[in-house]
Design a protein around this ligand. Structure first.
Ligand code: PSU
Ligand code: MN
Length: 453
């Protein structure tokens, strides 16, 4: 059986460093009904023959089936940045295609194929190289192929797709903060204002949520209003919730975890929010540790936040992040901010004082091939910060109430957020809103700086 598939380069641009970035969209059979990204080709018929199993990996059961790289090559959007030795691979203006031919199997089982241009002209030396799965893997490692869209469930809003295609700055935003983090209507007002602030600072906002089982990168105002009104009735969606929500076509508000995941699938590197989840107080018995920390350890997205609330055990949260190799940066501070206050008594790993240096550090993390994210903690502006004694007492009371009422699992964080707001009579909500604005500004400036690298 012969299978072939074609992918077309969506955008390529030379960075000042000489590195070449290539965004390629490959259309898989199940994507035929989906709108293509602006400016990309749709190759439905050729895609028909192509599926993960048709790549010779999963089907013959040899050579490590299920590799992410193969999945990327097998028809999902992928973005590659190419190191200079392989620059010819992506430099040609021609659309690139892969054709796989039925060939002899060698003793190790891989099929062979050739990588060539759509017109069968070689793009460069590498392209003509006969490929076994092993040297494929080698090339892919060089290519640093990253999955932009690992499934058929992703919808990137046209404006966001256009910005990504042109290498323009984009900032992701979460939706649990809308549905579970603040009351209506302040949640919707804040979400819309945050988007406006990101635009004022030169980036395109992409609020992320799950709507009708679709992973949405970029929401309309109506969609934000819908989530804000629905509030706690929307499922708070962490990593473990995605499969069932997508299969059932349900809605989900994305936490830091799922926002990072979907941002990364879409090719968005920077994400602004209020606070992250962490290791809860008493986790030594409850084992309540937010999936946000795991995600920071594995997904290459920069998260700009105001630290974490002391509803958490901040010391253990930092230990956990260290174990998972997540750099914790203080923006203009050496001390971890505690959300409502600028100080926590804990040190961060590094102080960085400019968006350009943040972007450079994130860029270096990628260039080093490190897999995780980066946590930027940006202290609440002085004028909006709260009295540590007042907020400390409110948090202690909220934590005690949660314990007394037997609140646990995913309800814990939303319960504590609402209790703190009630106890402080709304003062904390005001601070919460202002710190999100502050983070949006920093994230947009950092995204702009990153786009220049
Ligand atoms: N902390 C806040 N505000 C929030 C959240 C946490 O100060 O809105 C939300 C975020 O969406 C975060 C999630 O990802 O709660 C963490 O929930 P959990 O602790 O259940 O992992
Ligand atoms: Mn939890």
């Amino acid at each position: 059986m012969t299978g072939a598939w074609t992918g077309e380069r969506a955008a390529a641009r030379a960075a000042p460093t000489g590195a070449v970035r290539l965004a390629r969209r490959v259309v898989a059979p199940h994507m035929d009904e989906r709108p293509a990204l602006p400016g990309t080709a749709r190759v439905g018929a050729l895609g028909q023959r192509m599926g993960v199993n048709d790549c010779g990996v999963g089907r013959n059961g040899r050579g490590g089936g299920g590799r992410a790289d193969w999945f990327a090559l097998a028809g999902f959007n992928c973005r590659a940045s190419l190191a200079p030795p392989l620059a010819p691979f992506s430099l040609g203006p021609q659309p690139v295609s892969f054709s796989r031919r039925e060939g002899k199997r060698n003793g190790l089982g891989p099929r062979r194929g050739t990588l060539q241009t759509k017109s069968s002209r070689p793009v460069g030396e590498i392209i003509n190289y006969p490929l076994s799965i092993f040297n494929y893997q080698f090339i892919l490692n060089y290519l640093e192929v990253k999955i932009m869209s690992m499934n058929q469930y992703l919808d990137i809003a046209p404006e966001v797709a256009e910005a990504l295609k042109g290498g323009k700055p984009v900032v992701a935003l979460e939706s649990t903060i809308i549905s579970h983090g603040m009351p209506y209507p302040q949640n919707v007002e804040t979400a819309l204002k945050v988007e406006a602030i990101i635009r004022e600072n030169g980036a395109v906002p992409a609020t992320i949520a799950i709507l009708g089982g679709r992973l949405k990168a970029g929401l309309s105002h109506e969609e934000i209003e819908y989530l804000g009104k629905k509030g706690l009735a929307v499922t708070k969606a962490s990593r473990r919730d995605l499969p069932v929500l997508c299969a059932r076509g349900e809605d989900g508000a994305t936490t830091v975890t799922t926002t990072m995941m979907i941002a990364h699938m879409a090719g968005i590197a920077i994400f602004a929010t209020g606070g992250i989840g962490g290791v809860h107080r008493g986790a030594e018995t409850t084992m309540d540790i937010s999936a946000d920390l795991e995600e920071l350890g594995q997904t290459p997205v920069m998260v700009v936040c105001a630290g974490a609330k002391s509803i958490l055990d901040l010391g253990l949260t930092l230990e956990y992040l260290e174990t998972h190799g997540v750099p914790v940066i203080g923006y203009g501070t050496k001390e971890l901010p505690a959300f409502y206050t600028r100080k926590s008594g804990f040190s961060v790993d590094y102080e960085i004082d400019t968006p350009e240096e943040l972007a450079a550090a994130f860029h270096a993390q990628r260039a080093l091939g490190l897999k995780g994210g980066m946590l930027v903690t940006n202290p609440i502006p002085e004028e909006f910060s709260m009295d540590p004694a007042v907020i400390g007492a409110a948090i202690d009371k909220a934590v005690a109430d949660a314990k007394a009422q037997g609140i646990h699992g995913k309800e814990t964080t939303p319960f504590l957020l609402a209790a703190i707001k009630d106890i402080t009579g709304g003062d904390s909500l005001h601070s919460n809103i202002e710190l999100v604005f502050n983070n949006a500004r920093l994230a947009a400036k950092t995204a702009a700086a990153l786009a220049k690298l």
